[in-house]
Design a protein around this ligand. Structure first.
Ligand code: PBG
Length: 338
């Protein structure tokens, strides 16, 4: 039998290193790596965002988001059942109404797509959590997140509309309402409205630190919510700020938020880490439409290995401190983990 030394490359000589620490020992095999892995992903970490449209039998793929569909209520029920079968715990619903007006009144129409979808999922897919996005931008004719008075988004009247909307979601059976509007004081007002109406068991997941991001582009196609003029800088946060994010989170917790969210995820991993470290509360991160679309586009061009890039991205968000990841990859990632 040749000795071990004779197997070494004949041209390579080396000094005898006296290494007491060899980190590579723990990377030698898949089982060894699994044993010492610090961050684990589970389908239970993911929430699955869905877009509900009026009608029946509707399943329209969003051009900029391959694999994401606008679905009518009957299709949403099938999608929620499939998500549950993949091991996911919940879905997050966005709605596209039949008609829009300047004050977004379809947001609290009990027969609108979201409210109908909540009832249908609760009836037909027992056990899955139903989370609803609360905002006016999908419901206003101008595409802004609130009521416009004197060319400005008027905070307090908007908050009243948001509370009405959250209440209608709770009445339909939502487990969690998720205000994404970034108006001041909305968490407290929604909490009060829910409690006064007997919905104290309904939780609030606030989009606490939501940045004014270019990465929402594809979502606005999916949700038909592009502002007709201007932008969202008067309420969404400046991407340059992190101390402000901590103040926003603190305010929302004071007002009664049960879960806080940072959004987007990838360009804000430091914010996720700070929020989790400083508050220690259930923390969500939204891996948003543009982040998803970039991976899809690169994968379609053959430029990246999509399953690996997907898992690496989701792992990084979890490693930063997110307990919950809202991602359009939820089902795909759950299937990889199965
Ligand atoms: C509604 C809302 C938006 C997103 C979630 N809720 C869009 C926006 O603020 O313009 C973005 C989600 C995504 O990009 O995936 N206000």
């Amino acid at each position: 039998m040749p000795s071990k030394a004779s197997n070494a490359h004949p041209h390579v000589t080396h000094a005898q290193l006296d290494l007491r620490r060899r980190p590579r020992r723990l990377r030698r095999s898949a089982v060894m790596r699994a044993l010492v892995r610090e961050t684990r992903l589970s389908p239970e970490n993911f929430l699955h965002p869905l877009f509900v449209v009026p009608g029946e039998g509707q399943r329209r793929e969003v051009g900029s988001m391959p694999g994401v569909f606008q679905l009518s209520v009957d299709e949403i029920v099938r999608e929620a059942a499939a998500a549950k079968a993949d091991g996911l715990l919940g879905v997050l619903l966005f709605g596209l109404p039949d008609a829009k007006d300047p004050v977004g009144s379809a947001a609290y129409d009990p027969e609108a797509p979201v409210q109908s979808a909540v009832r249908a999922i609760k009836r037909e897919v027992p056990g899955i959590l139903v989370v609803t996005d609360v905002c006016l931008c999908e419901y206003t004719s101008h595409g802004h997140c609130g009521i416009i008075i004197d060319d400005e988004i008027a905070n307090d009247p908007t908050v009243e509309q948001l509370a009405r909307s959250a209440l209608s979601h709770a009445a339909a059976g939502a487990d969690i309402v998720a205000p994404s509007d970034m108006m001041d004081g909305r968490v407290g007002r929604i909490r009060e409205a829910l409690d006064n109406a007997g919905f104290s068991q309904v939780a609030i997941m606030s989009y606490a630190a939501k940045y004014c991001s270019a990465f929402y582009g594809p979502f606005r196609e999916a949700a038909d919510s592009t502002p007709a003029f201007g932008d969202r800088r008067s309420h969404q946060m400046d991407p340059a700020n992190v101390e402000e994010a901590l103040r926003e989170v603190e305010l929302d917790l004071d007002e009664g938020a049960d879960i806080v969210m940072v959004k987007p995820a990838l360009a804000y991993l430091d914010v996720i880490a700070r929020v989790k470290a400083e508050f220690g509360v259930p923390t969500a991160a939204y891996h948003v439409s543009g982040e998803y679309a970039m991976l899809k586009a690169a994968a379609r061009n053959g430029w990246i290995d999509e399953p690996r890039a997907m898992m690496e991205t989701l792992t990084s968000i979890r490693r930063a401190g997110a307990d919950i990841i809202i991602t359009y990859y939820a089902r795909e990632a759950a299937r990889v983990l199965a």
